[in-house]
Design a protein around this ligand. Structure first.
Ligand code: GLU
Length: 502
C-alpha cells in the first residue's frame, strides 16, 4: 500500500500555525512512508472565502519546506475568481485533479444523486422560518436542537428538485456505530445522537462533510490526519463512507494547540505581536523556517524511547516520526521554547548565511544596509540573537549616517566631563593610527590605555561605546568599531567630544 495523505485547508483566512502543524505531520508521515503528500483546497464555503488565503497557504508551506507532490495546477488556480496573478505559482497538478473543491461540483452532484437514488439521502425544502420555529420549540422543551426529519418521509417528487432545497443524509433511526481513531482508539456513538445533516446546500455546493469524504475516497487517501476539532464529526464521516459502501481510511485526530497561557484553544482571530498565530507573522518576526518546523514537530509529538534531545535536523525528524507517539492531550505552544530553539538555529548558521537572512529585515526596517559591514558584525551579534528581527536594533548604528548620543550617557560611571573628554581624545588618537585594525589587538590597546589613565575598563569603554553606537548596550565594542571602519569611528568620536564640550 502506498501512503497517500492530504492537507486540506479552507481558504477562509490566513494560514494559522495550528494548520501548519497539521500540514507538517502529514508531510512528515508521507516522507517517512515514502508516500504522497497532497494539497487540496476546500473552498466550498463561498461566503467565507478570503482573497489572498490560497496564496498564504502555499507560501507558508513552501517557506517551511513542505513541498506537496500533488495539488492545484496553475490552470486550476487561475480558474478561481480572485483576480490574482498565478504566473509564479507552483504548477503541481496530479492524476486526481482538480484539487480545488469548487471545481469538482459535478463529482459531488453525482455522489449525491447516487445516495438519493438509493434512498440514503433525501431532499428537504423546509424554509428558514420553519427551521427557526422548530428550534425555538425544541429549546423551550429543553431539548438539544436537531432537524425533526419533517421531509424524510415525503413521497418521491413531493419536494420539487427545481425549487431551492437542501439534501440531507438519512441517519439510521436506531443502533450504534463504532468509529476508530488511530490515536484514541474506538469510539461508539448512538445513531440517535446524530442529526440528519445536510450534505448538499441550496446553492448547489456540498458541505464539508460530503466533499471531504468524496474527495478522500476519489483521491485514494489512506490516512486522514487532521485537527481534533473534527473528531465529533467522525461518526458522520463513517456514515457517509458506509452509505456509499466504501472502506474508510485510517483517521488520526491531532491534538488541539493551546494558547501559551495554557487556557483555551489558540484563537485564529486574536493576534497580537506578543502571541502570533499566523504563519506570516512568525516569518516577519524573524523566525527561521527550519526552527519553526523543528519546534512544531514537537507540538503534540515526541520521539519516545528515551530520546531527550529536541533539536533535530529534518532527516532525523522524518526517520523518527511515528503516529503512535502523537499525544492525544491538548498540546501547549510555548513561545519561549520557540525563541530558544530559534536562537540555537541562528547560532548554528554560518555567519555569511546568517547575514544573508538578516539583510531583508534591515531593508524592511528602512535601513540602507551595507553588506560588507553587515557580514563583519554578524559573528559578533550571532550569540545574542533570538530572532532575525533582533538584528535590526543590534546593527542599525552601523548603517546610520550619524548617531546622536545622549551627552549624559557618554559619561562613564564615576567619571567627570573632563575625564570623559580625555578618554575620547585618547581613543581618537589610537584609532587614527592603530594597526592592525582588528578587534582583538584594538581591545588590548584600549585596556592598556585604561590602565595607564588609572581607570577601570568599564567606565573607560562607556564613552567609547555610546559615542560609536549611540547606545549604552551594543554588540561587542571592538567588533563594532572594526565593522564601522576607521573614518566613521573617528567622526563619531569627534562628534561626541563636541556634544560634551557644548
Ligand atoms: N477544510 C477543513 C479545515 O480547514 C479540513 C479538515 C480535514 O482535514 O478534513 O479544517
Amino acid at each position: 500500500m502506498t501512503v497517500r495523505v492530504r492537507f486540506a485547508p479552507s481558504p477562509t483566512g490566513f494560514l494559522h500555525v495550528g494548520g501548519l502543524r497539521t500540514a507538517l505531520f502529514n508531510w512528515l508521515f508521507a516522507r517517512k512512508m515514502n508516500g504522497t503528500f497532497i494539497l487540496r483546497l476546500e473552498d466550498t464555503d463561498q461566503k467565507r472565502f478570503t482573497p489572498g488565503g490560497v496564496r498564504a497557504i502555499m507560501e507558508g508551506l513552501q517557506w517551511l519546506g513542505l513541498q506537496w507532490d500533488e495539488g492545484p495546477s496553475r490552470a486550476e488556480l487561475r480558474k478561481m475568481q480572485t483576480n490574482e496573478d498565478w504566473d509564479g505559482a507552483p504548477d503541481v497538478g496530479g492524476n486526481f485533479g482538480p484539487y480545488i473543491q469548487s471545481q469538482r461540483l459535478p463529482i459531488y452532484q453525482a455522489a449525491v444523486d447516487e445516495l438519493l437514488a438509493q434512498g440514503k439521502a433525501y431532499r428537504c425544502d423546509c424554509t428558514a422560518v420553519r427551521l427557526d420555529a422548530m428550534r425555538k420549540e425544541q429549546m423551550a422543551r429543553k431539548e438539544s436542537t436537531h432537524y425533526d426529519r419533517h421531509c424524510r418521509n415525503k413521497a418521491a417528487g413531493e419536494v420539487d428538485p427545481s425549487k431551492p432545497h437542501v439534501v440531507r443524509i438519512a441517519v439510521p433511526l436506531e443502533g450504534t456505530t463504532t468509529v476508530h481513531d488511530l490515536i484514541r482508539g474506538d469510539i461508539t456513538v448512538d445513531y440517535a445522537k446524530l442529526d440528519d445533516f445536510v450534505i448538499l446546500k441550496s446553492d448547489g455546493f456540498p458541505t464539508y462533510h460530503l466533499a471531504a469524504m468524496v474527495d478522500d475516497h476519489a483521491m485514494q487517501i489512506t490516512h486522514v490526519l487532521r485537527g481534533d476539532e473534527w473528531l465529533p464529526s467522525l461518526p458522520k464521516h463513517y456514515l457517509i463512507y458506509q452509505s456509499f459502501g466504501w472502506e474508510p481510511p485510517v483517521f488520526a485526530h491531532l491534538p488541539v494547540i493551546l494558547n501559551p497561557s495554557g487556557k483555551g484553544k489558540m484563537s485564529k482571530r486574536k493576534a497580537t505581536s506578543a502571541d502570533s498565530v499566523f504563519v506570516s507573522e512568525f516569518r516577519e518576526e524573524g523566525y527561521l523556517p527550519e526552527a519553526l518546523r523543528n519546534f512544531l514537530a514537537f507540538v503534540g509529538w515526541a520521539p519516545g524511547s528515551g530520546i531527550e534531545k529536541e533539536i533535530m535536523p529534518i532527516d532525523e525528524l522524518i526517520e523518527l516520526f511515528d503516529l503512535a507517539h502523537v499525544n492525544p492531550a491538548p498540546a501547549a505552544f510555548p513561545y519561549d521554547k520557540l525563541d530558544w530553539m530559534n536562537g540555537m538555529y541562528i547560532r548554528a548558521l554560518p555567519a555569511d548565511e546568517l547575514a544573508k537572512r538578516i539583510y531583508p529585515f534591515l531593508i524592511s526596517a528602512g535601513i540602507e544596509a551595507d553588506v560588507d559591514r553587515l557580514i563583519k558584525i554578524t559573528p559578533d551579534i550571532q550569540e545574542r540573537l533570538e530572532t532575525l528581527q533582533d538584528a535590526v536594533a543590534a546593527t542599525d548604528f552601523l548603517f546610520a549616517e550619524h548617531v546622536s548620543p545622549d551627552p549624559k550617557q557618554l559619561i562613564g560611571k564615576g567619571m567627570t566631563v573632563e575625564q570623559t573628554l580625555s578618554v575620547l581624545q585618547q581613543a581618537e588618537q589610537v584609532i587614527s593610527t592603530f594597526e592592525p585594525f582588528e578587534a582583538e589587538p584594538l581591545e588590548h590597546a584600549f585596556r592598556a590605555a585604561a590602565d595607564a589613565s588609572g581607570l577601570k575598563p568599564g567606565p573607560f569603554f562607556t564613552p567609547l561605546r555610546v559615542a560609536v553606537t549611540g547606545k549604552t548596550v551594543s554588540p561587542p565594542l571592538f567588533g563594532s568599531i572594526v565593522a564601522l571602519g576607521r573614518e566613521r569611528t573617528i567622526e563619531r568620536l569627534k562628534n561626541a567630544q563636541q556634544l560634551l564640550s557644548n
